[in-house]
Design a protein around this ligand. Structure first.
Ligand code: SAM
Length: 290
């Protein structure tokens, strides 16, 4: 057996034992943890949930809806079909008045044009991208503004927010790498998204792939799931609903929590896309007992 075959055999045995999987190139540099069923599912799901089934390709019938119709009239795009209904569900209720929308990732301008045509007259659409070539899509007279910079650069994001914010909607369709997506969210959610607004991150399928998409231990999904937990901060270790019940003598007037806990209204997931809504006004939940 040659040295390379011996190394291969050794790594595949190590992989079976540890769950680590080898990628190409020098083996000692290229180990990664293979994605496995989430531990809580693996621990609790009944056999019926985990039985292997064959999932067929999705139907080829295009989605309906005005947003898809607008997007499909544009050249140069690629989007998962179910995003369109998701966007209509999440942004649609806000679009009863002109909105301010920021999109990270302009590429060839298809989605900027789609947003601008879909949102109510008078809306402001801002695109940012680190590629200077996107400057050609800047059309201030049409309410479309483009700025060039990196989505992980908090100072740049602050300048965009000062110029055009606060935004009702932020869509991150930029680099799809965990770190920069998290940096953008951290810079924008409290400081550039209006109360009652929504922050959407798409193409999160990347978070189940390898480097460069996963540049840190936590994926954007991990972060979004943690934000969903954080939304419940006031319940942590407080097993009495009376604390929030109208008219109850032990109802709490206030609780100290981290600020972010009181700012999350909703975290909504679909395949590869998540929408995190900001509360219109922070405050504890109210329970009514009849
Ligand atoms: C998927 S394309 C955007 C597509 C566009 N939203 C659409 O639907 O037509 C991603 C864009 O993000 C940009 N991008 C990648 N990494 C970035 C980063 N770190 N900061 C800013 N823009 C980035 C790329 O230059 C590219 O134009």
């Amino acid at each position: 057996m040659g040295l390379s075959a011996a190394v291969d055999g050794w790594f595949s045995r190590l992989g079976r034992l540890t769950g680590l999987k080898r990628r190409g190139g020098p083996p000692f540099l290229r180990l990664r943890r293979a994605y496995a069923p989430p531990p809580a599912l693996a621990r609790q799901a009944p056999a019926a949930f985990m039985a292997p089934v064959s999932q067929g390709a999705g139907a080829d019938a295009p989605p309906g809806g005005r947003l898809y119709a607008l997007w499909s009239a544009e050249p140069d795009g690629h989007k998962l079909w179910h995003y369109f209904a998701f966007y209509e569900q999440v942004i649609g209720p806000l679009a009863t008045r002109p909105l301010r929308l920021l999109e990270i990732g302009v590429w060839r301008g298809a989605s900027l044009s789609m947003w601008s045509r879909w949102l109510p007259e008078g809306s402001v659409v801002v695109g940012l991208d680190h590629d200077p070539a996107v400057a050609r899509f800047d059309r201030p007279q049409a309410g479309i503004h483009v700025r060039v910079g990196d989505q992980a650069d908090a100072a740049f994001l602050g300048r965009v927010a000062a110029e055009f914010g606060p935004f009702d909607v932020v869509v991150d369709d930029g680099g799809h790498v965990a770190g920069p997506m998290i940096e953008s969210f951290n810079a924008l959610f409290l400081d550039a998204l209006a109360p009652g607004g929504v922050y959407i991150v798409e193409d999160l399928c990347t978070q189940f792939w390898e480097a460069p998409w996963r540049d840190r231990r936590d994926s954007f999904f991990d972060y979004a799931k943690a934000l969903a937990d954080a939304m419940h901060w006031h319940h942590f270790g407080r097993p009495r609903i009376e604390a929030f019940t109208l008219g109850d003598p032990s109802r709490l007037a206030a609780i100290e929590t981290p600020r972010i806990a009181g700012e999350i209204a909703e975290v909504r997931f679909r395949d590869s896309i998540v929408a995190i809504s900001r509360r219109a006004a922070p405050g504890l939940p109210v329970i009514e007992r009849r």
